[in-house]
Design a protein around this ligand. Sequence first.
Ligand code: FES
Length: 98
Amino acid sequence: IGAAADVPLGQARSFSDPATGDPAWVVHASGSRFVAFDAVCTHAGCTVNYDPAGVQFVCPCHGGVFDARTGQVLQGPPPTPLRRIPVRVVGGELRVDA
Ligand code: FES
């Protein structure tokens, strides 16, 4: 995905999930913790945007909002959380955990 140091605390970077080809986000959630999610909204499949102010993902289609640390739905019509993608930092590089 890239160097962990390039994603400051509270920020996110987009990437493509190698397993599915879906757009995805990796978020620097706290200290040394990074979490990643499939960016395809669980409502109707739009691609969610990252909002660093709220540490949330916001769906442009119907106003769905997800917690960017957990993927849980905070508001709007999405029926389920965003799909989690396992990632870890290896030698300073962010890697998808296959
Ligand atoms: Fe995301 Fe409808 S597709 S809220």
